[in-house]
Ligand binder design. Sequence first.
Ligand SMILES: Nc1ncnc2c1ncn2[C@@H]1O[C@H](COP(=O)(O)OP(=O)(O)O)[C@@H](O)[C@H]1O
Ligand SMILES: [Mg+2]
Length: 225
Amino acid sequence: MRDETILKVENLEKTFGKGNKKVKVVNEVSFQVKNNEIFALLGPNGAGKTTTIKMILDLVTPDKGEIEILSMKMPKYKKDIMREIGVILEGSRNLYWNTSLRENVYYFANLKGSGMQQKSAIICAISTSPKILILDELLLGLDILTRFEIEKIVKELREVSTLIISSHDLRFIEKVSDRILIINKGSVVVEGTTKELIGKISFAKYRLILNNSGNREYLKEIEKD
Ligand SMILES: Nc1ncnc2c1ncn2[C@@H]1O[C@H](COP(=O)(O)OP(=O)(O)O)[C@@H](O)[C@H]1O
Ligand SMILES: [Mg+2]
């Protein structure tokens, strides 16, 4: 079913730290992902994208909120849910892989550098034919040619799975996604289809630049516009 809801996130919240060092890094975040779409979490570094993804996977325990995946509540049905999910986390610390496959693919990946490693991570993530693929900051550290290849692969993956991707890279998200949720400092800024947002996004774009002073590569890409 095309419009079936695959993932439902409601009022997710997370605070890290104690006392006067407390920081709410995810604040009342809600969204839904539909069957066979490419749904993007877009926001500057530190926005709370990875934390949100880790809460969806029950790798970080939320302070508040509800998560429902394929109509099953997380964490109650975690075991059943994780059977349907392929994951590539930021920094390639990947989970839920078939071990022997991982060792084999890693062997080749180690010979060929970071681009091959991300591509083999994708192969591993889809090897169990998951209904949902979660790809966090897939382009991190990749050269421009590998980025193009990964973009192409991501678009093709729509045929086999529902995708949730996160990135701070507007250009990448714009090219591959169907729908975008922009988050900044833990809160949802705006949500919409990629088509409707791209026209309106110039303001959001400047916000992203201001908050992204640490990432030169991204700044360069924006300046070219
Ligand atoms: N385990 C943790 N303990 C304390 N702070 C954390 C932890 N994980 C993430 N943070 C902080 O939470 C904020 C959001 O981080 P993250 O979710 O990784 O953002 P993003 O993925 O959008 O770059 C950042 O300020 C980060 O430093
Ligand atoms: Mg992140």
